[in-house]
Design a protein around this ligand. Structure first.
Ligand code: DAH
Length: 332
């Protein structure tokens, strides 16, 4: 019986060592065909002592079944590999080209247009302290934006920046005027999301500080920007507004580039599109970063990047920018 068990091990090992479909078939013939080694072993049953015959037969049966199973397994493994190798009729895999996200296209436009006007790109952290978001920007202590209901706090005195205006402070405290920067980046607010609001969005801050900077220069700069972005005949208008960090402050509207100011669904029949805020940097903000507000003046503005993109590309729901749905992204 030990002789038979040894044989069994040798046979199964030999089958396992087959390196191809054909070799496995050769092993099947060698062991399981009419004259195969296992088949011939069955003929030896009659020479075994009667009391051992039953056990001998059982071991032999098991050996035949195991060998057959192993052979079938190996054959199907090799035929899969084989078909993978040779099926030249399979169609090629489609790879689609990647493309720019629409928000990045607008960011690139912003950088290009403002670069031409002498603005460089600045950046700052997205997790900020209350000092850079509120205090240095002359936000009164009672301002509702400071509340957890409006802003997203990470811990006490640390919050996700609610606006990119904090980059103004970080830029000015690092050097000496003149400063001429834009700061495109993400901002976060504790917003209920809907078609025009998301908790995460992007803004582009702008700042120019020098001797004798005037509101006329602010107007000229924004006019040039919007005419390049939306077309030569775009006109802009300013409406008085309030921001703690600018005085005077204004909101900027551009004439609707779709209806040329006549009134259409895009501009809600008003002929104008609201685009951002701006103003002359408040003397207190300049003093907060150690700049003499008698000697220097400046202007600042903040533009909503999603808003610019929604208008330029005709997107109706701001959430589309963040859902990574290829059906949306492939349209740009
Ligand atoms: N920070 C303002 C906001 O998030 C936008 C803004 C308005 C930025 C006026 C400015 C500015 O720099 O001068 O609504």
């Amino acid at each position: 019986m030990t002789g038979l068990l040894e044989k069994k091990k040798r046979i199964l090992d030999d089958i396992s060592a087959s390196a191809s479909f054909e070799e496995t078939e050769e092993k099947r013939i060698k062991y399981l065909s009419k004259k195969g080694e296992i088949t011939l072993l069955f003929e030896q049953i009659k020479t075994v002592l009667p009391e051992n015959r039953k056990e001998f037969g059982q071991v032999l049966n098991r050996l035949r079944n195991q060998a057959l199973e192993l052979i079938n397994e190996m054959k199907s493994k090799y035929s899969e590999v084989k078909s993978e190798k040779i099926d030249l009729t399979l169609p090629g895999r489609n790879t689609s080209a990647g493309r720019y996200h629409p928000l990045n296209m607008i960011k690139d436009d912003l950088k290009k247009i403002f670069n031409k006007m002498g603005f460089s790109v600045a950046s700052g952290p997205e997790v900020e302290t209350e000092y850079y978001i509120f205090d240095a920007l002359n936000m009164p202590s009672w301002h509702p934006a400071r509340k957890v209901t409006d802003s997203l706090y990470v811990e006490k005195d640390k919050l996700l920046r609610t606006e990119t205006s904090s980059v103004q402070i970080r830029t000015m405290e690092k050097g000496k005027p003149p400063f001429r920067i834009i700061a495109p980046g993400r901002a976060y607010r504790n917003e209920k999301e809907n078609a025009t609001h998301t908790a995460m969005f992007s803004q582009c801050e702008g700042l120019y500080v020098n001797k004798g900077v005037s509101f006329a220069e602010l107007k000229g700069t924004l006019k040039e920007f919007f005419r390049t972005l939306y077309g030569k005949d775009t006109i802009i208008r300013f409406r008085p507004h309030y921001f703690p960090f600018t005085e005077p402050s204004a909101e900027v509207d551009v004439s609707c580039f779709k209806c040329k100011g006549k009134g259409c669904p895009l501009c809600k029949m008003s002929g104008w599109l609201e685009i951002g805020g701006c103003g002359m940097v408040h003397p207190i903000v300049l003093e907060n970063v150690g700049i003499d507000s008698e000697e220097y003046t400046g202007f600042a503005f903040g533009l909503g990047i999603e808003r610019l993109a929604m208008l330029k590309f005709g997107v109706n729901d701001i959430r589309d920018f963040f859902e990574n749905d290829l059906r949306f992204l492939e349209q740009f």
